[in-house]
Design a protein around this ligand. Structure first.
Ligand SMILES: Cc1ncc(COP(=O)(O)O)c(C=O)c1O
Length: 484
C-alpha cells in the first residue's frame, strides 16, 4: 500500500539519485580502487524516503521524518526543522545525541586503533571489562555488539551451564522459560521466544526448548518450576517489558522471581538491554527491588548511541562454562567499542542520569496524568518508571485512528514518538531532556488530543480508510495462545 502512495511522488532528483547509485556501483564493480569519489547532491526528506524505499528492504514502517542532525534531545531534518526526540532510538541514546565526551572517546580511539579481533589482545577491552564488571558487581563480562547477540549469548551460556553444572541430561533439552509479550531481538534463536506472530510466521522451524509464562504471574512461574524445574536452565525476562508497551510487573515480582530461581537452581536472566543503564530511574530496572540476577544483558546505551555494544555479565561459575572456541564475535570487545562504552558508562554516572531520569520522569507522568484527567475517555492509562513511559489509549475512543496516527500528528507538532501496538504511545526521551522540553512535548500531546484527534477521527470515519498496515485485527499468539 505504501508503495502505491510513494512511487508516483518520486521526483526527478530521487530518480537522479537512484541512477547515480546504479552508476556508482557499476563503476566500482571489480575495481574499487579506481572509482572517482563524487559528492551526492543534497536531498530533501521526501527524496531520501523514496530512495530508501526503493533500495532498502521493507522491514520497518518508520514515521516519515528524516534525521539529518542531532544534539542532546533535539533532532533536525534536512529542511532544518527541529524536533524533540521522544524515542531515543529505543533507549540507545540515553546519554543524549552526540554527547561530547562520548564523541571525543570515539574520535580519539578511531585515530589510534579500531579493531584487533580477539585473536589478539588490545589495550582498551580489558579496561572496559574492569570498568563494567566493577560498576555492576559481576565477576566477568562477555562482550558482543547488538542486543540480540547479547541475548543469544546468554541463552547459550544458560544451556551450557544447564548441562555442565546443573547436570540436565545431555539427551534432553535444557529449557529456557520466557514471558508472554517479551521482546529480545530478531535472531532465529531469540524469535523462538516471541509472542509476535509477525516476527515468527514464515521463519520456522523455531528453536525447541522454550516455554512461556505470563509476565508478572509468579504463581504460574512457580507451578512451571515445580513441574519441570529440574530441566529448566534459565528464566529470561525484561524487568520492565519495553516493546510490549512499557509493562511494569506487580510490586515484589522481581524479588519473588529471585527466590524461585534460587530455590529451583534456575538462572535468573535479566534482559536490561532497553530497561537498563538509567532508563527507568535506576541504573538497572532490577535495582527497583534490589535483586541481583545471575545474568544481566546490556546493550543499546552501552554504545552511547554511537556504536553497537552489548555485554553479558555473570559470575565465574556461570561464565567459565564457555571456553575458548565455543563462542565469539569478530567485533565483540573491539577497542573502538570499548573506548565508547567506557565513556558511555562514565557519562551515566558523572551526570547522575539515573537520578535525573527518576526526577524528570515524575514530572512527565504528572503532566501526562493531567492530560488524562482532561481526556478521560481517550486515555486509559499513563504508566512508567523514570523516563521509561507509555500512554495507553482506549481503542474505541481512538478508533478509527490509531497510536500511529497520533504519532504522525505529534510529529507535525515537533515531537517524535513511537507507537507500540495500535493503542500505545511510548514516551522515552534521552535522559538529558530538560523540564521545559518535557512541558513542550506534553503541550503538543494535549493539542493533538484537543485539536487534531477529533478531526482525524472524522476524516478517517468518512473515508473508511482503516489506516495503513499497522492496524491489525486482534490475533491469537502462535506460541502462548493469548489474544492481543
Ligand atoms: C529488551 C530488548 N532486548 C533485546 C533487544 C534487541 O536489541 P538489538 O536491536 O540491538 O539487537 C531489544 C531491542 O529493542 C530490546 O528491547
Amino acid at each position: 500500500m505504501a508503495a502505491a502512495t510513494r512511487r508516483p511522488c518520486q521526483t526527478f532528483l530521487t530518480r537522479a539519485l537512484l541512477r547515480y547509485s546504479a552508476t556508482r556501483s557499476a563503476a566500482t564493480m571489480g575495481s574499487y580502487g579506481s572509482a572517482v569519489p563524487q559528492r551526492r547532491p543534497a536531498a530533501s526528506s521526501d527524496q531520501l524516503i523514496n530512495l530508501e524505499y526503493e533500495c532498502s528492504a521493507h522491514n520497518y514502517h518508520p514515521v516519515p521524518i528524516v534525521f539529518s542532525q542531532a544534539k542532546g534531545s533535539s533532532i533536525w531534518d534536512p529542511e532544518g526543522k527541529k524536533y524533540l526526540d521522544f524515542l531515543a532510538a529505543y533507549s540507545a541514546v540515553n546519554q543524549g545525541h552526540c554527547h561530547p565526551k562520548i564523541m571525543k572517546a570515539l574520535k580519539d580511539q578511531a585515530e589510534n586503533l579500531t579493531l584487533s579481533s580477539r585473536a589478539f589482545y588490545n589495550d582498551k577491552f580489558p579496561v572496559f571489562a574492569e570498568s563494567i564488571t566493577s560498576m555492576f558487581g559481576y565477576d566477568m563480562v562477555l562482550p558482543m555488539n547488538t542486543g540480540a547477540e547479547g541475548v543469544e549469548t546468554a541463552l547459550k551460556l544458560a544451556r551450557k551451564w544447564g548441562y555442565e553444572k546443573k547436570k540436565i541430561p545431555k539427551d534432553e533439552v535444557a529449557i529456557i522459560v520466557s514471558c508472554c509479550g517479551c521482546f529480545h531481538g530478531r535472531t532465529l534463536g531469540v524469535i523462538s521466544m516471541s509472542c509476535d506472530n509477525e516476527a515468527t510466521r514464515g521463519f520456522g522451524p523455531l528453536l525447541p526448548g522454550h516455554l512461556k509464562v505470563d509476565f508478572g504471574d509468579i504463581v504460574a512461574l512457580e507451578n512451571l518450576f515445580k513441574e519441570k524445574g529440574d530441566k529448566i536452565a534459565g528464566f529470561l525476562f525484561e524487568p520492565i517489558q519495553g516493546e510490549a508497551g512499557v509493562v511494569i510487573p506487580p510490586d515484589g515480582y522481581l524479588k519473588s522471581v529471585r527466590d524461585l530461581c534460587s530455590k529451583h537452581n534456575v538462572l535468573m536472566m535479566a534482559d536490561e538491554v532497553q530497561s537498563g543503564l538509567a532508563r527507568s530511574g535506576r541504573m538497572l530496572a532490577c535495582d527497583w527491588e534490589e535483586v541481583r540476577p545471575d545474568i544481566v544483558i546490556l546493550g543499546k546505551a552501552l554504545g552511547g548511541g554511537v556504536i553497537p555494544v552489548s555485554a553479558v555479565l555473570a559470575d565465574r561459575d556461570v561464565m567459565l562454562c564457555i571456553q575458548p572456541g565455543e563462542h565469539g564475535s569478530t567485533f565483540g570487545g573491539n577497542p573502538l567499542a570499548s573506548a565508547v562504552a567506557i565513556a558511555s558508562l562514565d557519562v551515566l554516572r558523572e551526570e547522575g542520569l539515573a537520578e535525573r531520569s527518576a526526577q524528570v520522569g515524575e514530572e512527565l507522568r504528572s503532566q501526562l496524568r493531567k492530560i488524562q484527567e482532561h481526556f478521560p475517555d481517550y486515555i486509559k492509562e499513563v504508566r512508567g518508571r523514570g523516563l521509561f513511559n507509555a500512554v495507553e489509549f482506549n481503542s474505541k475512543a481512538l478508533s478509527p485512528a490509531s497510536a500511529y496516527d497520533l504519532c504522525l500528528k505529534l510529529k507535525e507538532r515537533g515531537v517524535l514518538a513511537k507507537p507500540t501496538h495500535d493503542t500505545i504511545v511510548r514516551l522515552t526521551p534521552p535522559l538529558c531532556i530538560s523540564s521545559d522540553e518535557v512541558k513542550e512535548a506534553t503541550k503538543a500531546l494535549h493539542q493533538v488530543l484537543e485539536v487534531d484527534l477529533p478531526e482525524l477521527r472524522k476524516e478517517k470515519a468518512e473515508t473508511k480508510n482503516a489506516h495503513e498496515s499497522h492496524h491489525h485485527a486482534s490475533t491469537t499468539c502462535d506460541r502462548c495462545g493469548r489474544r492481543s
